[in-house]
Design a binder for this molecule. Structure first.
Ligand SMILES: Cc1cc2nc3c(=O)[nH]c(=O)nc-3n(C[C@H](O)[C@H](O)[C@H](O)COP(=O)(O)OP(=O)(O)OC[C@H]3O[C@@H](n4cnc5c(N)ncnc54)[C@H](O)[C@@H]3O)c2cc1C
Length: 399
């Protein structure tokens, strides 16, 4: 049995950022416990890698604050530590009048959140930024950036280890128990005891929280997001980043184009129910996970909405039929055809759903008995990771 003052479960960008800020602010003996042997295996290494500067979040919301501050801090962090990060800017394109109306709402939010933007009218103005994009209007946000999220996670890990944090990899926490003055964590390799706990276990955070009776009114429903890569000799079809106008009710929807820091252009993600919390292929099943989703009342209440059902059907088609995915991609860049796209990686979003069937859209963490359970490190969780991790560390130290 090993003892630490603080145990952080989960070595993703959130858990590592919490550990970094705890180490900077205290002399506590801190451990990060990660189940995989390699880092960035899940959400933090399987995403679009976009720093969202904060125009699409309501003014005054935590998301807006963390995203604007997070973008600025991440750029400085990447510059200081040599993590690839390119300030490409993003073009959010409207295809019809309704989308153009929403674009103006985004512009108001950008204004209120202090995010730089420019509204572009007509296709000619759009094509000055992206010669192959189509639409009737666009919002251009120059501060959006592309970052290598895997290198960012490894850099954070090296930094916390240098600061004295113990990083256990290959240690899956299988049982969390509250004991006198702290917690006992049984892992696949050893048992760890701690006084203070941070649960940053991403796709599995709800399960750990439930083991100590926390957050039982919530469950993670895993949604897979699949990407295609534009073949290298057609990568000029997107020079920077092209997004559709987001739907505020379904913020995680919308296939977009991202130029990565390695020059590759990826298209995606879609959002399809994953048949397992780590089922990255659309042929993969985890029966226990699937049963857990299908027996969750909140899931059925969510799916009872005709809009959600229609969306689920459409997204499923995009997953199993490449021509449907290519058609969605061609909405933004009409020249793109099926032949231009090659299957790439997938990520799975830990989407928290309430037992009433509502998608939790804001970051959610629950503080209980010397522990903080981060149940919804929702997108833009990568962008927000530095201020969010700092916020959690500050709260924990105040316990
Ligand atoms: C498809 C997709 C696209 C996205 N695009 C963007 C984007 O462009 N920009 C942006 O800002 N955000 C984006 N996000 C969101 C962002 O990636 C997440 O919000 C963020 O990575 C969450 O980090 P995390 O540390 O909470 O989770 P994770 O990275 O999932 O880390 C959790 C860690 O906990 C470990 N773990 C789990 N259970 C246990 C256990 N029992 N014991 C020990 N360890 C355990 C896991 O192995 C994992 O390493 C995207 C997400 C997805 C899925």
């Amino acid at each position: 049995m090993t003892g630490h003052d603080v145990a952080v479960v989960g070595g993703g960008c959130v858990g590592l950022s919490v550990a970094k800020h705890l180490a900077e602010r205290s002399d506590l003996d801190i451990a990060v416990i990660e189940k995989e042997h390699h880092l960035a295996e899940h959400q933090s290494g399987r995403n679009s890698g976009v720093l969202h500067p904060g125009f699409n979040y309501p003014p005054g919301s935590q998301k807006a604050r963390f995203a604007t501050e997070g973008t600025r801090r991440m750029k400085a962090y990447c510059a200081e530590h040599g993590v690839p990060c390119e300030e490409f800017g993003v073009l959010v394109v409207a295809q019809d009048d309704e989308e153009e109306r929403r674009l103006h709402e985004l512009a108001e939010q950008a204004e209120a959140n202090g995010v730089a933007y420019e509204l572009l009218e007509g296709e000619a103005a759009i094509q000055e930024h992206e010669p192959h994009a189509a639409g009737q209007a666009a919002l251009y946000a120059p501060e959006a950036a592309s970052v290598d999220s895997q290198q960012y996670v490894y850099t954070l890990a090296r930094e916390v280890q240098r600061a004295g944090v113990t990083l256990y990899t290959g240690h899956e926490v299988t049982r969390l128990t509250a004991v006198d003055d702290g917690y006992r964590l049984a892992t696949t390799n050893s048992t760890v005891e701690c006084d203070l706990l941070v649960n940053a276990a991403g796709l599995h955070a709800d399960r750990l929280a439930h083991q100590v009776g926390v957050g039982e009114e919530y469950q993670v429903v895993p949604f897979r997001g699949e990407y295609y890569e534009v073949v290298p000799d057609r990568a000029e079809l997107c020079e920077t980043m092209i997004y559709p106008t987001p739907d505020p009710e379904l913020p995680f929807l919308g296939v977009h184009y991202t130029r990565r820091t390695d020059g590759k252009v990826i298209v995606g993600p879609n959002a399809v129910l994953a048949f397992g919390r780590e089922a990255y292929e659309n042929t993969q099943f985890d029966l226990a996970d699937l049963r857990e989703t299908l027996t969750y009342e909140g899931f059925w209440k969510l799916m009872a909405s005709p809009t959600m059902l229609a969306v689920a059907w459409e997204e499923l088609h995009k997953s199993y039929r490449k021509e449907q995915f290519a058609a969605a991609a061609a909405r933004l860049v009409p020249e793109v055809t099926e032949r231009d796209l090659e299957k790439s990686y997938a990520g799975i979003r830990a989407q928290l759903v309430t037992e009433d069937g509502d998608l939790v859209k804001e970051p959610l963490f629950l503080e209980r008995d010397d522990a903080i359970h981060i149940l919804n490190a929702v997108s833009p969780g990568l962008t927000s990771s530095l201020p969010f991790g700092e916020h959690i560390a500050t709260r924990l130290l105040a316990e």
